[in-house]
Write a protein that binds this ligand. Structure first.
Ligand code: COA
Ligand code: ZN
Length: 307
């Protein structure tokens, strides 16, 4: 990754589909992941190995992993909440496990049924059990920019959780704005502090566009030195255990902004737009992304007759 490139990790198959009420067939999930692989992603979060009671929409994670076509060089990631999930993920042959615990006690209890300390104690057991396995480990600090139940979270607690992850030997860290509460100044402040602990090539920012501030937060993080961002095709997504949760920042909107700014992503934007335009068929409703509706800035319209 050069200094000037943006790494976009696609999360629609996981964050996007986890909240969908209607069942998406396993074959359709596989086709989506394969199509996303074809647009050039170096990282795709494919599914999660969580309790099928908690997130029935992703209960077919193992089947999806067993049948996707793995593009050489692409890292296929799974979200994991606990040791049982790690066991299932390893058996499915995931390339990377993304562990998740909220900084907010209340959100972690709602989402994971335990305290953040208990989640992280489980991560320590997972780190022991994966030693030597061909898998990399990332860990997410959820609600890092605010909790829908508790409100703002002290930066120091976010930093302490990042330090705890690093002390366990976890290499990648994600800061997640689970319900789109972040603002650009807060993002700049927190990203600057975390970049003193985690190098840019191992730090991911995960923003939701719940309040329309998603891409502004990306820009603030970028200017503070962050280079990796999660995004979901069409702007799908949301945490089923956070009231009012809505979609991730939209992949094709992010990629369009980056390309217009001269920041390369390595992604095929027209192919992403075509895929996004097919999402309403897949999920049965309109999706929030804007560039798939408006076209790229360079997709000009015919001049009206007589103008
Ligand atoms: N995968 C599949 N099954 C799991 C599991 C996993 N990772 N973890 C636990 N289970 C099963 C247990 O085997 C047990 O099954 P049983 O009832 O047949 O005996 C049951 O779930 C209850 O286990 P327990 O350890 O008591 O879990 P819990 O009910 O307290 O749930 C979590 C804890 C973490 C598994 C659950 O809250 C969860 O999956 N949360 C994820 C939520 C999510 O994905 N949010 C969005 C992304 S951040
Ligand atoms: Zn999310």
């Amino acid at each position: 990754m050069t200094d000037a490139a943006m790494l976009v990790q696609e999360v629609a198959p996981r964050d996007g589909l986890q909240i969908e009420a209607a069942w998406v067939e396993t074959a359709d999930k596989i086709a989506l992941v394969d199509a996303l692989s074809g647009t050039g992603f170096s990282r795709i979060e494919v599914s999660s190995f969580v309790s099928p009671k908690a997130v029935p929409a992703l209960r077919d994670a193992a089947a999806v992993f067993s049948r996707i076509r793995r593009r050489p060089g692409t890292v296929y990631v799974a979200l994991v909440p606990n040791p049982k999930g790690a066991e299932r993920a390893l058996a499915a042959g995931v390339d990377e496990i993304n562990l998740v615990a909220s900084v907010s006690e209340t959100h972690n209890r709602a989402n994971m049924g335990m305290s953040p300390a208990d989640s992280i104690a489980g991560f320590a057991r997972i780190m022991d059990s994966v030693r030597g396995a061909p898998v990399s480990i990332n860990a997410t600090v959820a609600t890092a920019f605010g909790c829908p139940f508790e409100g703002g979270q002290p930066d120091d607690r976010v930093i302490a959780q990042v330090e705890r992850y690093l002390s366990l030997g976890i290499t990648g860290v994600t800061l997640a704005d689970t319900t789109g509460m972040a603002n650009p100044r807060q993002v700049e402040r927190l990203v600057t502090r975390v970049l003193a602990l985690v190098p840019a090539e191992r730090l991911t920012l995960h923003f939701h566009n719940t309040r329309g501030v998603g891409l502004a937060n990306v820009l603030a993080a970028w200017q503070a030195g962050a280079r990796r961002f999660d995004a979901a095709l069409g702007g799908l997504g949301g945490c089923p255990f956070a009231p009012g949760a809505t979609g991730n920042i939209c992949t094709e909107d992010l990629v369009s902004m980056a390309h217009e700014m001269g920041i390369p992503t390595g992604l095929d934007l027209p192919a992403l737009i075509a895929l996004s335009r097919d999402l309403p068929r897949l999920v049965g409703h309109d999706v929030p992304g804007q560039v798939a509706k408006a076209g790229r800035p360079c997709d000009l319209h015919p001049v009206p007759q007589g103008a």
